[in-house]
Design a protein around this ligand. Structure first.
Ligand SMILES: [Zn+2]
Length: 237
């Protein structure tokens, strides 16, 4: 009886140990069999993760590149030609975008009240006309394209083709038309003080790193359409 008891006491723990030990070894065997598979799975997941990170960085770089590259030619940004139905003639030879007409005429009227006589020199210019200006007139001066581009936009790259640009002179000092000396006229001083009220902005200031200073050249930014057109220019001066 006592012997049986001993056997029972001995057997039970031994049986348990054997069972546990078997279970562990089976698990270990399974792990060993499947380990190449797990290794491959892990490698595959890691490669996918690395690839995704790379793609993320690359698309971010592309986005940055698109933002930095604004398609300038010789410092000038591209501008589409305004559709004819948006053009209005405000005086002989001067056509402008219909959205800018009222503001422009109001500005001239207000200047006149202050004894300042603004004269409009050039408004809308077609891409064809710009082509003539850039390739015919400037080449007479024996200038290379890069030299010409400092004072005149290549065709397709002029703010004048949008109808939102206007060249302004002083009616009492016509010798300063299209000249840097225009900055010394009363008309220019008046514009610097008041043009923003009428939504006009000097396009090519002294700070512009691409294009020569043009005190006579102003653009209209008083509509969403105009702001969209000049967004690139306002972002990267
Ligand atoms: Zn101009």
């Amino acid at each position: 009886m006592e012997q049986n008891k001993d056997i029972n006491q001995f057997d039970i723990p031994l049986a348990k140990r054997t069972y546990l030990s078997n279970s562990n070894s089976t698990l270990l065997k399974k792990l060993l069999i499947f380990s190449p598979f797990f290794f491959l799975l892990f490698s595959f997941a890691a490669l996918r993760l690395i690839r995704n990170i790379e793609l993320g960085i690359r698309s971010n770089l592309n986005f940055q590149d698109q933002r930095n590259h604004d398609h300038r030619i010789l410092g000038h940004l591209p501008y589409a030609e305004i559709s004819k139905e948006n053009l209005v003639l405000i005086e002989p030879n001067i056509e402008v975008h219909i959205d800018m007409r009222d503001s422009l005429l109001k500005m001239r009227k207000e200047a006149k009240k202050d004894g300042i006589y603004l004269v409009f020199l050039s408004g809308y210019r077609s891409i064809n006309l710009q082509n003539d200006i850039f390739y015919s007139l400037k080449s007479i001066r024996n200038q290379e394209a890069s030299e010409r581009a400092r004072v005149s936009a290549p065709p397709g790259y002029s703010e004048h083709s949008t109808g939102f640009a206007i060249d302004i002179g002083d009616a009492t000092q016509r010798e300063t038309d299209f000249e840097t000396e225009f900055e010394n006229t009363d008309a220019f001083r008046w514009l610097i003080k008041h043009a923003a009220k009428f939504h006009f902005k000097l396009s090519f200031s002294k700070n512009n790193k691409f294009i020569d200073y043009e005190p006579w050249h102003w653009r209209y930014e008083g509509s969403i359409e105009a702001l969209k057109i000049f967004e690139n220019s306002n972002r990267n001066i």
